[in-house]
Design a protein around this ligand. Structure first.
Ligand SMILES: C[S@@+](CC[C@H](N)C(=O)[O-])C[C@H]1O[C@@H](n2cnc3c(N)ncnc32)[C@H](O)[C@@H]1O
Length: 453
């Protein structure tokens, strides 16, 4: 009798797809691939690593292409997809993904997916899964199903089409591709050039990116394969996210607030390039704060500057103003769909309005802590106007002491009314929005008038 594998990648992937598509859970761990099965006779490290990689690939790919795969499966089912057992329909999506988007031979994809019905305790679905997957060959996506054609939900297609009338299809297409793995070299350890040579010696090719500390790997690798990762010599961070540190233009001795800091990539980059500033990093989510403090230890920073705090209020503030504020606001994440395809299934148009409300509140609140002459950097990893220029527009209307600062001397992205927008492109950085706002100093005349009795 054939020995059972410790982790069946198709079973694991179907469970993840089920969690995302039917339970509203995120693709992030613990729903990502299982990594160990204790005490199983077959649980040797290389098999586990290979199976974990395959289940991650199947889960991410199935979620990335969920809308088109659902359309295909729906066409060949005898009953409506919506009426099917949700775990079995998730397994069908994983099966269809293998047939349409991987090089796994069809017979293996079908046989292994059919076999997975047993571990999923759905033996009655064996015949159904077999029939549906075999019927898929030669079936095309129905042209009248826009969600399936673009692999995006309708609300997002409409929002991107509205904001980018000339390039919306290219953006949606890029969203369905895989993001490159970019690195941030810790210049306190060594130069980018030196680390590039270290990578080369380890058999890893990389080229310099658009930020002085960034390197783009030719092929993605797990972090444990990056030389000196554990010692803090390098971090994985999208290049678009690495633009924040330079835009802040912090000077020695500046006091800086990172108001939505976790997991901390932008603050850590700033501290690696500008260690002579004082930083307070707060985040409302205690678990994310704990993770950021742990990351401080890897990178060699004292974690005491990272605290739990809600930036829609000022409980955390000691009354000393900041020279620079980074507000990397919570947002839809619409610029990061390549890395987080689950956003397409988990977020909706109503969420957008809620994000805008919190973005407005955060901007107005942290503004009170900015010193006159200081600068606020507002940013999101969204490509949608509602979360970007529209938030700035509202803020500037309400704050007479706020002055937008033009971002003319940068070569990336495109100018918007108040800031600069990067949109995802194949092989390029994630979508980010950045806008700088300076706080005007009080006018001398007004101050003199106030002093006159
Ligand atoms: C886009 S992420 C920040 C990413 C981070 N700046 C980085 O570069 O790694 C937004 C963060 O805002 C936090 N957040 C949401 N609401 C908040 C609030 N009211 N006050 C402070 N942080 C908040 C979330 O917990 C989340 O960690």
């Amino acid at each position: 009798m054939a020995r059972q594998r410790p982790i069946d990648p198709r079973v694991a992937a179907a469970r993840v797809v089920h969690q995302v598509a039917f339970k509203g859970r995120s693709l992030d761990p613990p729903f990502a691939a299982p990594t160990k099965v204790q005490g199983h006779p077959d649980a040797n490290a290389s098999t586990l690593a290979r199976d974990a990689r395959l289940s991650t690939e199947l889960a991410y790919g199935s979620v990335r292409h969920y809308f088109s795969l659902r359309n295909l499966v729906d066409q060949v089912l005898d009953e409506p997809y919506a009426g099917l057992d949700s775990l079995v329909s998730s397994l069908l999506i994983v099966g269809a993904y293998q047939l349409r988007h991987t090089r796994i031979p069809s017979y293996a994809a079908v046989n292994e997916t059919v076999a997975a019905t047993r571990s999923l305790r759905k033996p009655w679905a064996r015949k159904l899964v077999n029939t549906v997957l075999r019927r898929l060959s030669g079936i095309a996506i129905r042209a009248d199903d826009e969600e399936a054609r673009f692999d995006h939900p309708t609300w997002l297609i409409e929002a991107v089409r509205r904001d980018y009338p000339g390039s919306w299809e290219a953006i949606l297409d890029a969203n369905n591709s895989r993001a490159p793995q970019s690195l941030r070299v810790n210049c306190q350890h060594q130069s980018r050039q030196a680390y590039q040579a270290t990578l080369k010696a380890a058999g890893l090719d990389a080229v310099p990116g658009m930020v002085p500390e960034s390197l783009l790997l030719a092929s993605p690798v797990p972090v444990h394969r990056l030389p000196c990762f554990a010692e803090g010599a390098v971090s994985v961070q999208d290049e678009g996210a690495q633009l924040a540190a330079g835009l802040l233009a912090a000077q020695p001795g500046h006091r800086l607030l990172d108001a939505c800091a976790a997991p901390g990539g932008k603050t850590f980059h700033l501290l690696e390039t500008r260690p002579d500033v004082e930083v307070l990093a707060i985040d409302a989510n205690p678990e994310r704060v704990a993770a950021m403090q742990k990351e401080c230890r890897r990178l060699g920073f004292d974690p005491s500057f990272v605290q739990t705090g809600d930036a829609t209020g000022l409980d955390w503030w000691d009354g000393r103003s900041f020279d620079r504020i980074l507000l990397d606001a919570p947002c839809s994440g619409s610029g990061t769909l390549r890395r987080h395809p689950d956003i397409k299934l988990l977020k909706n148009a109503t969420d957008l309005a809620a994000f805008q409300a919190i973005q407005r509140k955060l901007t107005a609140t942290v503004w009170q802590t900015l010193a006159p002459g200081g600068i606020l950097l507002y940013c999101t990893c969204s490509i949608l106007n509602d979360e970007n220029d529209a938030v700035l527009e509202h803020f500037l209307r309400e704050h007479r002491d706020a002055q937008p600062v033009a971002l003319d001397d940068v070569s990336w992205g495109t100018a918007t009314r108040y800031g600069r927008q990067l949109v995802p492109s194949k092989g390029g950085p994630d979508g980010f929005y950045y806008a700088l706002v300076a706080r005007r100093k009080a006018r001398r005349k007004a101050r003199r008038a106030a002093r006159t009795p």
